[in-house]
Design a protein around this ligand. Structure first.
Ligand code: HEM
Ligand SMILES: *[C@@H]1O[C@H](CO)[C@@H](O)[C@H](O)[C@H]1NC(C)=O
Length: 505
């Protein structure tokens, strides 16, 4: 039985059920139109015509071309995101965003939100056990509660001092102290060694070691560079080794150990009875391996890119040198207290990180139908609500965010002065992610970089190591592309030359 109403002098009979359906239908259509309109607005979500999803099969194995988006598609389109089609043709529904305010709604760490971090996004890190990076919800909370206290001022002091020691050890052992010019054909190899040394030998595990004779840990030092098959084959042996290490540390900690490496700190935080969260041994091992992977690939790649940028920006190098000399002097050693005063040194690292963000995408999925609040384009007030259906992937396009003109004037320009005078932990710097689930190793990486670069730049002038007849400009152009292998970094070898600064005598 319908009801009637009048419109323009005529009576209409309406079935309430169909009226309801029509209204719902229109409502849904309105939602779809709003979404399509939104997707067509370049500054909301990056656009790309693609035959396959970059995060599906076969998309993730294909290179980025004009018709398909590979894993590094966001790098290729970082400067021009104008194509009109939403990137959804095949595969699960996915939305990529380069907006930090949208990211904040998705990457919260809280188990009370409608988004979670899918395990497949961290699959490679799960072979050693559940860990902080791969977990979500209550599990994540537990791991973070143990990590929090482990990343403390004692650890940071050790990071700073060990980096200084590593630098001096390297200079001595590799004979730099007897040379005026040192050529390094692959800067990445140098920084990887420094970081592997730092993380695995000194600050991660606390093994006694030196640059010449890396800790005798049965190949452990080079494990992160081994292929996964090799790693898996070594798995059992290493698991036994780790088990023994944990047992040893538990005894040490109980006896009041003063060691401050991350491994010991984790065991200590885990033993702390006032902490109601506890990890089992397998989880501890999972986290130790994560520290090695998450910790040094990223930092090493960024440090190498920083050296590359210094080689082609003399003016910036001189400016940073002036700060280093005024804070540390011509001969002294940088102290941890100097860290806040070396903001220009940190800025050259942060800016390299902005331009080559190693964590190039952060992946989440909607656990239920929900709404995202998306700010209007720059210059327009307000925001729009975008309906998201359960199962949709939301990807923070980190490259897009770091090249987003909403946040950065002239984003394609290497300009460390953007960061001068800002606190090291400023949330304006977003390449370590934002909010409660941001990178827990941010300060760890920043300290390593600042301490190492301070000594290196004070004592050595970095210039490009040119090929025969190559100009500095051509060298610079070679360094401009990026490559994705687990993490994003400069695509080519970075060949640099270190020339001794005369003031160091
Ligand atoms: C330049 C260096 C680094 C960059 C760019 C970086 C970037 C990031 C980003 C973007 C995340 C968030 C990932 C996500 O939510 O999906 C993250 C998480 C994490 N990072 Fe880093 N990271 C760096 C260095 C380090 C270091 C040195 C360590 C350890 C010493 C570390 C340990 C971790 C851990 C354990 C997490 C997981 C945190 C959580 O989920 O609660 N990272 N990192
Ligand atoms: C740099 O490291 C790579 C990978 O380990 C190696 O193949 C290459 O020979 C190294 N190059 C130099 C010049 O040390």
């Amino acid at each position: 039985m319908g009801s009637t109403f009048s419109l323009l002098g005529r009576d209409f009979e309406v079935n309430p059920m169909s009226a309801l359906l029509t209204i719902l239908g229109l409502w849904a259509l309105r939602g779809i139109f709003k979404t399509v309109r939104l997707l067509m607005t370049p500054s909301f979500f990056p656009q790309f015509r693609t035959a396959f999803q970059p995060l599906g099969l076969p998309g993730s194995f294909l290179p980025t071309t004009s018709w398909t988006a590979g894993l590094d598609w966001n790098w290729h389109t970082r400067r021009a995101r104008q194509s009109p089609l939403p990137p959804i043709l095949v595969g699960p529904q996915a939305i990529w965003t380069s907006n930090i305010e949208v990211a904040r709604q998705v990457i919260t760490g809280s188990h009370k939100t409608s988004f979670y971090k899918p395990a497949w996004a961290s699959q490679a890190l799960l072979i050693w056990g559940m860990n902080l990076v791969a977990s979500d919800g209550q599990m994540w909370r537990k791991h973070r509660r143990v990590f929090g206290p482990a990343f403390n001022s004692e650890l940071y002091k050790l990071v700073w001092e060990e980096t200084t020691r590593t630098y001096k050890d390297m200079i001595q052992t590799d004979g730099w102290n007897t040379k005026d010019v040192v050529d390094v054909p692959v800067a990445q190899n140098l920084t990887v060694k420094v970081l592997a040394f730092m993380v695995i030998a000194s600050c991660g595990f606390g093994f006694e070691s030196s640059w010449a004779t890396p800790a005798s840990t049965d190949g452990l030092l080079y494990l992160p560079f081994a292929s996964f098959t090799e790693a898996r084959m070594a798995r059992d042996r290493l698991a036994a080794f780790m088990q023994a290490q944990i047992a040893e540390r538990k005894v040490d900690v109980a006896a009041g150990s003063t060691r401050a490496d991350a491994f010991t700190m984790l065991v200590k935080a885990n033993q702390d009875e006032s902490n109601k969260y506890q990890l089992d041994d397998e989880e501890l091992i999972g986290n130790i391996f994560v520290l090695m992977f998450a910790g040094h690939e990223t930092t090493a790649a960024t440090l190498a890119a920083t050296l590359g940028f210094m080689a082609i920006h003399d003016d910036i190098q001189e400016e940073v040198l002036a700060q280093i000399i005024s804070v540390v002097g011509l001969k002294g050693e940088p102290q941890l207290e100097d860290y806040p005063k070396l903001d220009k040194v940190l800025a050259i690292f942060y800016e390299a990180l902005r331009m080559f963000p190693p964590a190039s995408m952060l992946i989440r999925e909607a656990t239920e139908d929900t709404i995202l609040t998306v700010p209007n384009p720059p210059g327009e007030e307000g925001s729009q609500s975008v309906p998201i259906s359960k199962g949709t992937q939301i990807v923070l396009d980190m490259v897009g965010a770091q090249y987003n003109p909403r946040y950065f004037e002239n984003p394609a320009e290497y300009r460390p002065s953007r960061w001068y005078g800002l606190p090291a932990e400023s949330e304006l710097f977003t390449a370590f992610s934002v909010g409660a689930r941001a990178c827990i190793g941010r300060k760890f990486a920043a300290l390593e970089a600042t301490s190492f670069l301070t000594l290196l730049l004070r004592d050595w002038k970095i210039v490009p190591l040119l090929r025969d007849g190559e100009t500095k400009e051509a060298w610079g152009a070679r360094m401009k592309d990026a490559r994705m292998v687990m993490t994003l970094g400069v695509a080519t070898d970075i060949p640099v030359r270190f020339e001794r600064r005369t003031h160091t005598g």
